[in-house]
Design a protein around this ligand. Structure first.
Ligand code: IDC
Length: 377
């Protein structure tokens, strides 16, 4: 099953399977991806929060520029290496940036939705800045085939990088909710991928999707045992840390952000994740984010426009209120999910991922039209 899924990848990914991802350090490696837009292309080339633009990276740019592999005008070419500055995510020039993007669904559930064509559409048609690669650990994920799932992550990172997208690699723990259950898997996975992608400047590591049923002290302890493994291989990348109560800063389990503020993870260049589902989480959660953002670097690595089940009617009014708040606070976000399943969270209509056309609105569901328009805007 995994091998067949891998074979659905075209161009770039097949080249990666045969030659190793390093061969992809050429932006024109894929004949299947759309051509990169010119350096003056649309809003992605402009920091939506500041209106500033950066110089496009070229192969002859020095070490402080974006990676030579990022096409001119792409988010990575414009913003270069990211780092946490105060409570913000900043680009290489030190300007706060808000990254807007999409989360994949579980790689095991929708193996054909992250491919060179879909990611090219995300980059050029949606004008998004990043993709989050949700690698479940349980439910048929990483634990069943570490090498296979690691390879899929590598493929997605290589494809996104060739397009000049940022990538969040998400160690998608969910059930069980105690991240320490997967501590050794996390350490071995991140030691491996962080070393292999250390030369890239566009990768962010998310070490625990949604801790739940476990206290902050234990999440913090997990983080302090995983982050050093990443830093040993890749000292400079931003790391995202999940929070208590399904990454609600504790709210879903009766706590709040003060437990993190009072006892932060002992590491630098990290952000804390906050997740919301717009039909379930409203004023209480928005007030928490607005308050917490004064003290903590926050990153919304997952949200949905429906209830926390990921299904049912979309609440686009609540989602709009949320995204307006995140824009005002310059908090980056990714929506769940870049998939073509039956749930309302899937942005593509059923069957889209079996094809090659991911552009325009005809392939989109209601949540898909909403988020594409929001990101393009
Ligand atoms: C959901 C998927 C659904 C899957 C379920 C369990 O949409 O198809 O059966 O996970 O694997 C989260 C999680 C995310 C959930 C999503 C919606 O991070 O994995 O996806 N959600 O329920 N947190 C809150 C909501």
């Amino acid at each position: 099953m995994h091998r067949r899924a891998a074979l659905t990848w075209t161009g770039v990914a097949l080249a990666a399977l045969v030659t190793g991802w390093a061969a992809l350090a050429v932006p024109t490696a894929s004949a299947d991806t759309e051509p990169a837009p010119p350096a003056t292309a649309g809003p992605v080339a402009t920091d939506p929060t500041t209106g500033t633009t950066g110089p496009p990276a070229t192969a002859t740019d020095g070490p402080t520029a974006g990676p030579a592999t990022a096409p001119a005008g792409s988010p990575v070419a414009v913003h270069g290496r990211l780092r946490v500055c105060g409570v913000n995510l900043c680009d290489e020039a030190g300007e706060p940036v808000q990254l807007r993007g999409m989360s994949s669904h579980g790689l095991q559930f929708f193996p054909n939705c992250l491919n060179p064509d879909s990611l090219a559409a995300l980059r050029t048609d949606w004008q998004a800045d990043f993709v989050r690669v949700a690698m479940y650990v349980q439910e048929g994920g990483f634990e069943t085939d570490p090498a296979g799932f690691t390879r899929r992550v590598d493929e997605a990172v290589a494809t996104a990088s060739a397009l000049g997208l940022y990538v969040v690699v998400d160690f998608h723990i969910l059930t069980p909710g105690d991240p320490r259950f997967n501590l050794e898997r996390a350490q071995s996975f991140f030691a491996d991928v962080a070393a292999r992608h250390a030369e890239r400047t566009n990768v962010l590591w998310e070490i625990a999707n949604e801790p739940n049923g476990v206290g902050w002290a234990d999440i913090k302890s997990y983080a302090e045992q995983v982050i050093p493994v990443i830093r040993a291989a890749d000292p400079d990348s931003v790391v995202l840390v999940g929070t208590r109560g399904f990454s609600s800063l504790g709210v879903s389990e009766g706590a709040d952000e003060t437990e993190v503020i009072d006892d932060p993870v002992d590491a630098t260049n990290i952000m804390y994740t906050f997740h919301f589902y717009a039909a379930s989480h409203r004023d209480l959660q928005r007030a928490t984010v607005a308050r917490a953002a004064r003290s903590l670097p926050l990153f919304v690595s997952e949200f949905g426009t429906q209830t926390f089940t990921g299904d049912g009617p979309n609440d686009l009014d609540s989602a709009t209120t949320w995204l307006d708040l995140l824009k005002s606070l310059k908090i980056s976000y990714a929506m769940w999910s870049f998939s073509d399943g039956p749930e309302s969270n899937s942005v593509f209509r059923r069957g889209t991922c079996a094809g090659t056309d991911f552009t325009g609105t005809a392939v989109l569901t209601e949540s898909g039209e909403f988020i594409r328009s929001r990101i393009r805007g």
